[in-house]
Design a protein around this ligand. Structure first.
Ligand code: URA
Length: 272
């Protein structure tokens, strides 16, 4: 039998990243295979004190640094607010995000996932964060849950020429992990500005994370879904409603019945 070739460092790092391992936990790699007698924490402390850092075969640092480390969270949130406020158009906002270095997710994502659909649409849908397929294509909701979202909006006579679709977080978190509260806070001013620039008549948040971030709710999606709320852009008040995330509906199809009620409520407001 021919043995499988060993992965090279690049393939190994890509594997770690895909699995959601996106930061190194210590400055130097620790080869735990050659230090079985000492407890791991003590072992790395001893190693640090007694030896200069040694490259250890088979234990690469997890993330290759790309560019400067991101600024501290408060500074990043402040600079996100300032940058987002300064964008006069969607194109300018997208261009700002392409170079914004306040969020570390930009460094691990393949590309920015800004939005899809029609910026003139009367209805805007906002999800949580791109997944693997979105990261590859650079468009929101193109994977399995995106296909379901297309069918959901299709059921009320909409498609991507009649709706605008974006996410709170415009970069894929490694391994599809949940975005941290800090990452959400840093990205929030950009989606808020995007909503303001699109200025839809109806804003639909998909799932709990997006609903809590944008509509400021504290309860879970079971309680918040299907209720009309006001979303203040600073210029006007938009009607907003939360519904289930399509990924959740794929896992729990029995909630499609409630989501259909929400969709009908949205269609009714759009028809009025
Ligand atoms: N889930 C989201 O919240 N957004 C996407 O774009 C895809 C999946």
């Amino acid at each position: 039998m021919i043995p499988e070739p060993l992965p090279n460092i690049r393939q190994l790092l890509a594997f770690y990243l895909e699995a959601g391992v996106d930061c190194a936990l210590s400055d130097e790699p620790v080869n735990r295979l050659i230090e079985p007698e000492i407890a791991p924490a003590a072992a790395s402390a001893v190693a640090r004190e007694t030896q200069p850092p040694q490259p250890v075969r088979g234990a690469p640092a997890i993330i290759p640094p790309r560019g400067e480390p991101p600024p501290p969270p408060d500074a990043a949130i402040a600079s996100a607010r300032e940058a987002a406020r300064s964008a006069p158009s969607l194109e300018a906002l997208r261009a700002l995000l392409e170079t914004f270095d306040g969020c570390a997710l930009r460094q691990t994502a393949t590309r920015l996932v800004f939005a899809d659909g029609n910026p003139q649409a009367r209805v805007m849908f906002v999800g949580e964060a791109p997944g693997r397929d979105e990261d590859i294509e650079g468009l929101p909701f193109v994977g399995r849950s995106g296909k379901l979202l297309d069918r959901m909006i299709g059921a009320i006579g909409l498609d991507r020429t009649k709706a605008y679709i974006a996410n709170v977080i415009p970069w894929r978190p490694p391994g599809n992990r949940t975005p941290t509260p800090q990452e959400t806070q840093i990205c929030l001013p950009f989606i808020q500005r995007q909503i303001e620039l699109v200025d839809p008549d109806v804003l639909v948040t998909l799932g709990n994370p997006s609903t809590q971030a944008i509509l400021g709710t504290r309860e879970g999606i079971m309680r918040t879904r299907g209720r009309w709320l006001d979303y203040d852009t600073g210029k006007r008040t938009i009607r907003a409603i939360a519904t289930f995330h399509p990924a959740y509906l794929l896992r729990s199809p029995s909630y499609k019945r409630l989501s259909w009620q929400d969709l009908r409520a949205i269609a009714k407001v759009l028809a009025s």
